[in-house]
Design a protein. Structure first.
Length: 365
C-alpha cells in the first residue's frame, strides 16, 4: 500500500508548534544563584507536554483518516488559529495567561475529537471502531480539563493536567482497537522526523544568535563551531537511523514513536539551553553537569526506546553497545567528582560533542 504523503499544510502547522516549543524552552534560561530553579523546570515540562500532545493529536488523525481535501484543510486552519491563541499565552507568569492557554489547548483537542466523531460516521470496519473509540473517550479528558475554569490557584492546574493525562493514556487503553487499524508507520516516522528537523534548526539558529563572534574573537567562533558539530552529530545519529536502520513497514499502533519522541524533543530543548548557559557561564559546574547528564540520558534512552524495536533484525543493537553507552554516561557523570576549578565550560562542551559522536558511531555501526 502506498504511504500517505505529507501535505504543505501539515508542514506549515509544524512551524507554529516548533515556534511554541522554542518559546517554552526559553523558560529554562532563568538562572538564579547558579542554578535553574525547580519551579522553572516544572513549568517547562507542564507547558511542553500539552503543546506536544496537541500536535500529536492532529498528526495521528491525519495518519489514519486525513485526506488533503477542503474539509480537512478547514479543520487544520481552525486548529492553527487555536494554536496561535495558545502560543500567544505562553509565559512564565502562567496565572495571568491561564484562560487563553486553556482556550487554545481545548480548542485544538476538541477539533481533533470532532474529526474522529465525523470519521466514525463515514468509515467502516476496524477504522470505524478506532474512530468511534477515540472520538468518544477523548472527550473525557477534554471535559475534565474544561472543569479547571471552576477552580482557583493550584487546583485549576491539577484539574487541567488530570484531563491532559487522561487524554494521553486513552490510546494506551484502546490498543485492542488500534492494532486492528495500525498507523502508516512510514508517514508517522516522516512526520516526527520533519518536526524534529525544524526543532533542530530553530534551536541552532536561536543559539547561534547568542554566540555572536566579534572581530578576532576566536573563542566565540570555536564555541559556535563545536555547537554546530554537536547538532550535526545528533542529527546524523537520528536521521540515519530513520533512513537506514528502521523498518518502516512494521504494522503497529505507533505508540513507541509517539511517546518516545516526547522525551527526544524535550532532551533536544534541554541540551540547547545547556549549551547556551555554558557559553554565558552563569551556572555552577555541578548543576550544569547534572542537567546535561539528565538530558543526554533522556535523549539516548528515548532514541533507543523508539528505534530498537523498529530496527531491521540485523541492525538491532547488542548488549555490548548498551554497556558502552552506559559507560560513556558514567564517565561523564564522573566529572562531578573532579574539582570544579579543573573543569571549564568549554571542556564540558567538548565532552558533549565527543559523547554524541561516539553514540552516533555505535548506533549506526
Amino acid at each position: 500500500m502506498e504511504s500517505k504523503k505529507v501535505t504543505w499544510l501539515e508542514l506549515f502547522s509544524d512551524l507554529l508548534f516548533v515556534a511554541a516549543i522554542a518559546t517554552v524552552t526559553s523558560v529554562l534560561i532563568h538562572v538564579e544563584d547558579g542554578e535553574i530553579p525547580f519551579s522553572y523546570i516544572l513549568k517547562f515540562v507542564l507547558i511542553f507536554v500539552p503543546i506536544w500532545w496537541s500536535w500529536v493529536g492532529q498528526t495521528l488523525f491525519t495518519n489514519r483518516f486525513g485526506e488533503d481535501g477542503l474539509y480537512h484543510r478547514l479543520f487544520m486552519i481552525l486548529q492553527m488559529i487555536f494554536a496561535l491563541v495558545m502560543i500567544a499565552s505562553l509565559s512564565t507568569d502562567f496565572d495571568s495567561y491561564f484562560l487563553p492557554f486553556l482556550i487554545g489547548y481545548l480548542g485544538l483537542r476538541a477539533l481533533t475529537a470532532i474529526q474522529y466523531v465525523i470519521a466514525a460516521k463515514v468509515e467502516m470496519g476496524a477504522k470505524q471502531q478506532v474512530a468511534r473509540y477515540l472520538g468518544k473517550y477523548f472527550w473525557i479528558g477534554i471535559i475534565i480539563s474544561l472543569c479547571a475554569i471552576f477552580f482557583d490557584d493550584t487546583w485549576r492546574y491539577v484539574v487541567l493536567y488530570l484531563g491532559i493525562i487522561v487524554d494521553i493514556i486513552v490510546p494506551m487503553f484502546g490498543r485492542k482497537y488500534l492494532m486492528h487499524s495500525p498507523v502508516d508507520s512510514e508517514h508517522l516516522i516522516e512526520r516526527f522526523s520533519q518536526f524534529t528537523t525544524i526543532l533542530f534548526g530553530e534551536m541552532l539558529v536561536s543559539t547561534i544568535v547568542i554566540i555572536q563572534p566579534h572581530p578576532g574573537d576566536w573563542y566565540n567562533i570555536l564555541y559556535g563551531a563545536l555547537f554546530f558539530i554537536l547538532i550535526v552529530s545528533m542529527g546524523w545519529q537520528y536521521f540515519d537511523n530513520l533512513d537506514f536502520k528502521v523498518n518502516k513497514t512494521i504494522r503497529s499502533t505507533g505508540q513507541r514513536i509517539i511517546y518516545g519522541h516526547l522525551f527526544i524533543l524535550m532532551a533536544i530543548s534541554m541540551l540547547t539551553i545547556a549549551v547556551r548557559v555554558l557559553f554565558e557561564e552563569k551556572m555552577h559546574i555541578t548543576f550544569i553537569i547534572w542537567f546535561i547528564v539528565i538530558a543526554m540520558t533522556m535523549y539516548v534512552a528515548a532514541t533507543l526506546f523508539v528505534f530498537q524495536v523498529y530496527r531491521h533484525a540485523h541492525a538491532k543493537l547488542k548488549k555490548g553497545h548498551f554497556m558502552m553507552l552506559a559507560l560513556l554516561l558514567v564517565c561523564f557523570l564522573a566529572m562531578l567528582f573532579i574539582q570544579a576549578s579543573v573543569l571549564s565550560n568549554f571542556f564540558i562542551l567538548v565532552m558533549m560533542v565527543l559523547f554524541f559522536f561516539i553514540y552516533t558511531f555505535i548506533s549506526l555501526k
